[in-house]
Design a protein. Structure first.
Length: 281
């Protein structure tokens, strides 16, 4: 099933793709530095919404917060979608949450496993991270030109591809579920699910996806957490999600809650849902 170039992966995906616009067109490469970097270039050159870039392997896979994403060949999914939603820059970040829901839904449907989402968009199974999502915006002032939505799913990765220090935090669908998953089928299912939630989000905003996100979300409400965000690290108690998907956190001794649209959450004292570290070099 896992051929040397990923050609059968690409063929299965092309033959099973049932979307209206996601993955049309679809660019497949045996190897790239990063699908997000390649898709960003295509987007700047005017590629249409729905364009998807997939690589069988990445040499410089990008993770959130400047980290790297381990991207060995023949086993996983590394995919970037170009989206051009007609929304403001401020409304865009909740796309991260809808992408997590789409991945969770694909895992349920293809693997019959039970995923959980850790805010904003890490997808875990059995408390281990199996998917990371990196959305990068192309915008000028307040005008959004494109979102490069990058999704990495550890599908058939063997234990040997995870550095020792990550093995208690990250895993693959194969290692957890005990059976190989056809990558082309997984990718086709994911794109169908992503298209469905994206259209809902376009029509009604994050509110339309919120209940699905909460159904999968690990329970952070009322927990004391530390958020490592681009703007700094803050410790406080989670008050809930804002209408746009931002995490509301009351810092100690502060009356006004802080809002976070991105970051890594660690529950102080642990809560049995992993500690939120990403697979990285
Ligand atoms: C995270 O740190 O959790 C986000 C990881 C995102 C990885 C994916 S793999 C496909 C796409 N291309 C990249 O370089 N990164 C994203």
């Amino acid at each position: 099933m896992n051929d040397a170039t990923g050609a059968s992966f690409a063929q299965t995906l092309a033959s099973q793709l049932q979307t209206r616009f996601l993955g049309r067109p679809l660019h497949f490469f045996p190897i790239l530095d990063s699908t997000n970097t390649y898709a960003a270039r295509l987007a700047r050159e005017g590629a249409p919404e729905g364009t998807v870039v997939i690589a069988d392997a990445q040499t410089s896979g990008k993770g959130r917060l400047g980290r790297r994403w381990i991207s060995p060949p023949h086993v996983n999914l590394y995919l970037s979608v170009i989206l051009r939603p007609p929304v403001s820059v401020a409304a865009a970040p909740s796309i991260n949450l809808l992408a997590g829901v789409a991945v969770a839904e694909a895992i349920v449907s293809v693997c019959a496993l039970t995923p959980a989402i850790k805010w904003p968009n890490d997808v875990l199974v059995n408390d281990k991270k199996v998917c990371g999502i990196l959305a990068e915006m192309q915008a000028s002032a307040t005008t959004l030109h494109a979102i490069i939505l990058g999704i990495g799913v550890n599908i058939n990765a063997p234990l040997s591809t995870f550095p020792a220090e990550l093995r208690d935090k990250a895993s693959s669908l194969l290692l957890i579920g005990g059976r190989q998953i056809e990558r082309g089928k997984f990718a086709a299912t994911l794109l169908t699910s992503l298209e469905k939630f994206y259209v809902l989000w376009l029509q009604q905003g994050f509110v339309a996806v919120r209940a699905d996100w909460e159904r999968y979300a690990t329970d952070l409400f009322g927990k004391r957490i530390t958020v490592a965000a681009p703007e700094g690290t803050v410790t406080g108690v989670v008050l809930g999600l804002d209408t746009d998907g931002a995490l509301l956190v009351r810092e100690d001794a502060e009356a006004t809650p802080r809002r976070f649209l991105a970051g890594d959450v660690t529950v102080v004292g642990g809560y049995g849902q992993g500690e939120g570290h990403d697979p990285r070099h």
